[in-house]
Write a protein that binds this ligand. Structure first.
Ligand code: X2W
Length: 309
């Protein structure tokens, strides 16, 4: 199949800013990644779709913190592939597990209420450190694959306190500044965001990354919204099986009554529900494993858990 390398080069040349030729290692990564996804027809069709709607952002991809620890090479390869075909997703990552690890080292017991971390001043130091460390790790891994990646760790989300008495230094996002993200993409960089937010007076606030990703998607209305988690989808707490699809119009109320839908899972489902209420009916959110990203983007069948209404 000679089709792909040719298309990759053509697409790269269409973007005036992206003049760097692909290295042979990147090219072989690209070819390798494409071998096992869809038919040539499917892939070509989706590539055309994603590149033709140039006024609209391509994708918002939320990366769970566990993926940076467990699947960084896979994640970097997938994002590098998209970048090298000229598709620029907006990437936002969490760092939940790393925060808990570091808190443990410091002898602090993590505390959550309804899936949201109660964040005192000492915890906030750990939160900030972990976000900056994991952001740099992801950016560095991408740079090693020839990707221009731009760390965006502040200046996007403005927030107020969610509930100061209950959660302390946790933010409720009330504004999304698109310009740092758009400026990165326009100059040929992949934007890599954290979910940290600031108040107007400059107080740094912690925000759950699923929540921030949903705010980002609401603002940009991208063609695709993808949540990557280490489980490859939503797992039914009763049966232990992966849920392949959720129709929110029909299932949302019942789903919230399920005993296993609690904490972070409940928060995630609620956020996705609220997001989809605000987007055109055709929108959907896919929760998938990082290794299924190409399949989700470039084939009809998709992967993981598809949520729509
Ligand atoms: C989260 C932010 C990190 C996050 C926290 O402190 O854990 C709040 O809960 P994952 O890896 O995507 O879970 N913030 C307020 O959400 O990371």
């Amino acid at each position: 199949s000679t089709f792909f390398p040719v298309s990759v080069v053509e697409l790269n040349q269409r973007r005036s800013f992206n003049n760097t030729p692909m290295t042979s290692s990147t090219r072989s990564t690209v070819v390798q990644l494409l071998n096992n996804i869809g038919s040539k027809r499917e892939v070509e069709q989706y590539l055309k779709y994603f590149t033709s709607v140039s006024s609209q952002q391509f994708a918002v991809i939320k990366v769970g913190g566990a993926i940076i620890t467990q699947q960084l090479p896979e994640l970097a390869s997938c994002l590098a592939f998209l970048y090298h075909v000229g598709l620029y997703p907006i990437v936002l990552h969490g760092t939940g597990p790393q925060i808990n690890e570091l808190l443990e080292v410091e002898g602090v017991e993590p505390e959550y209420i309804d899936g949201i971390r109660v964040t005192d001043a000492k915890t906030m130091e750990v939160v900030r450190k972990c976000f900056l460390e994991q952001n740099l790790r992801l950016v560095t891994a991408l740079e090693k694959m020839g990707v221009h990646a731009r760390p965006i760790t502040a200046g996007v989300f403005s927030a107020d306190f969610l509930d100061k008495d209950k959660y302390q230094l946790v933010g409720k996002i009330n504004g999304v500044n698109k310009s740092p993200v758009e400026a990165a993409i326009e100059s040929g960089y992949l934007p890599i965001l954290t979910s940290l937010a600031e108040t107007p007076s400059g107080q740094l606030l912690n925000v759950n990354a699923d929540v921030a990703a949903s705010e980002l998607a609401r603002e940009f209305e991208p063609l695709k919204i993808v949540y990557l988690n280490e489980k490859g989808g939503l797992i039914h707490g009763g049966t232990g099986e992966k849920i392949s699809a959720i129709n929110l119009d029909e299932e949302y109320e019942d789903l919230l009554k399920e005993p296993w839908v609690k904490y972070g899972t409940k928060l995630k489902i609620k956020e996705i529900h609220d997001l989809l209420q605000h987007l055109p009916r055709s929108s959907s959110v896919a929760i998938i494993d990082v290794n299924d990203l190409q399949k989700e983007l470039f084939t009809d069948s998709g992967a993981g858990t598809l949520i729509r209404r």
